[in-house]
Design a protein. Structure first.
Lengths: 115, 112
């Protein structure tokens, strides 16, 4: 079965550079989430989209933005990168059911290293 | 904002021993989910609890949702080395919310 696909899997950027992470949710899933997970930390909710519209915001810095496109793929844009942005970034999607009662399927993650 | 704490942060058990992790939310939750993340992997959904006082079992795993819907627990009976990983609870404040908040996680190590 198709899973959530994230690209790239690994990314190395320098401070103050920008980065774009991509997420392709499972087909027919209507909700996409973005999470940031630092080493030994729990996944921190950044932002979510429902039917291509921004749904909820978590601890997403102002330097980050995200959007979901007409084909349901999502991109997380990160500017003015800081060393502290180094983390594993997960995208997850939920199926087209009652939104409050569905599990999130996670992608393999993008490991971002800022040097 | 919503905070979801888990205890203990780390747990080392001998293979065959039982293990329990507790999850406590600062706010009432509409439902709670549990995920397992293996080292180097991504979170994988285990189960969802919705009703107050609900108890669900999956083989050696027992999940409970508190009466006040602010806490939950995961109990593993007779741990195996394949149970190694970090167990996260995750909750939504209200039905339809798309801000699934993860707990701080409990990292389980099973000593063979």
């Amino acid at each position: 079965a198709a899973g959530v696909i994230q690209s790239p899997r690994h990314l190395i950027k320098e401070k103050r550079e920008t980065a774009t992470l991509k997420c392709y949710p499972i087909p027919r899933h209507d909700t996409v989430y973005w999470y940031q997970q630092g080493p030994g930390q729990d996944p921190q909710f950044l932002i979510s989209f429902y039917e291509k519209m921004q749904s909820d915001k978590g601890s997403i810095p102002d330097r980050f933005s995200a959007q979901q496109f007409s084909d349901y793929h999502s991109e997380l844009n990160m500017s003015s990168l800081e060393l502290g942005d180094s983390a594993l970034y997960f995208c997850a999607s939920s199926p087209l059911r009652d939104r409050g009662l569905t599990e999130a399927f996670f992608g393999q993650g993008t490991r971002l290293t800022v040097v | 904002g919503q905070q979801v704490m888990q205890i203990p942060q780390y747990q080392h058990v001998q293979e065959g021993e039982d293990f329990t992790t507790y999850c406590n939310s600062s706010t009432t939750l509409s439902n709670i989910q549990w995920y397992k993340q293996r080292p180097g992997g991504h979170p994988v959904f285990l189960i969802q609890l919705v009703k107050s006082g609900e108890v669900k079992k999956q083989k050696r795993l027992t999940f409970q949702f508190g009466e006040a819907k602010k806490n939950s627990s995961l109990h593993i009976t007779a741990t195996q080395t394949t149970d190694v990983g970090t167990y996260f609870c995750a909750g939504r404040e209200w039905t339809g919310a798309n801000n699934l908040f993860f707990g701080t996680g409990t990292r389980l190590t099973v000593i063979p």
